[in-house]
Design a protein around this ligand. Structure first.
Ligand SMILES: CC(C)(COP(=O)(O)OP(=O)(O)OC[C@H]1O[C@@H](n2cnc3c(N)ncnc32)[C@H](O)[C@@H]1OP(=O)(O)O)[C@@H](O)C(=O)NCCC(=O)NCCS
Length: 189
């Protein structure tokens, strides 16, 4: 198996890998129809290829905030279901760590919902949880909000980030809710 840089020729297989790998996860509805690209040239886009077949993908976006050290955020990691749990994700992550250190970046972060395998995978790779909050899908706006909107506008499905502790106390019709967890790892040279 080879880990190589993503290039345009992989786009269709990249999209399919992400789609199929996410299908049985809580990110099933997070569908990309075009490969996302990044503003920063230090961002890392790599794929795992076996023979001619793309079996895994990893994108990590480079962030350089003014107030803290630069870091990478894993925006996509996915392995084809039939190749999961055979070291592909580990190999992709190992390459990311090498590339991050080459770019003098020591911190990597990632965000994921409640899927047991994904959470276990981050922990196994050495990440620690540093934050969590709710992703909420509701079929209506909280009481009072609708009043300021035009009457012709009707919320049927809304997505929220909620940092409180009790979604039920919001008094809205919650269709779905997920804990979203932030993980980080500080690399050693
Ligand atoms: C999360 C994911 C990328 C991991 O990639 P992978 O190639 O399957 O993982 P690896 O084979 O490198 O596994 C490394 C470790 O993770 C754990 N692990 C991975 N898959 C596992 C599974 N199905 N069950 C239990 N543990 C598992 C194991 O501890 C393993 O270590 P070990 O081989 O020493 O036992 C992959 O499962 C995937 O694509 N999942 C669907 C997409 C997804 O959830 N992405 C993350 C969203 S943020």
């Amino acid at each position: 198996m080879r880990i190589v840089d993503y290039s345009k020729g992989y786009e269709k297989d990249w999209l399919l890998c992400r789609l199929i790998a996410f299908l049985d996860t809580q990110y099933f509805d997070d569908v990309c129809t075009e490969k996302p690209s990044f503003q920063t040239e230090q961002s890392i886009e790599i794929v795992a290829v076996e023979g001619e077949k793309l079996v895994g993908i990893l994108d990590a976006e480079y962030h350089a905030p003014e107030s803290s050290q630069p870091y990478y955020e894993i925006s996509t990691i996915a392995v084809l279901p039939e190749r999961q749990n055979s070291g592909v994700g580990n190999l992709l992550f190992t390459r990311l760590k090498q590339r991050a250190l080459n770019n003098r970046v020591k911190r990597i972060e990632a965000w994921t919902r409640e899927d047991h395998i994904a959470n276990q995978w981050y922990l196994k790779m050495g990440f620690v949880k540093f934050e969590e909050y709710w992703h909420l899908y509701t079929s209506e706006l909280p009481a009072g909000c609708a009043k300021s909107l035009p009457e012709s506008l009707d919320a049927v499905f809304t997505f929220w980030h909620y940092s409180g502790n009790d979604p039920e106390s919001l008094g809205v019709d919650i269709q779905d809710k997920f804990r979203c967890r932030g993980y980080e790892i500080v690399l050693r040279e």
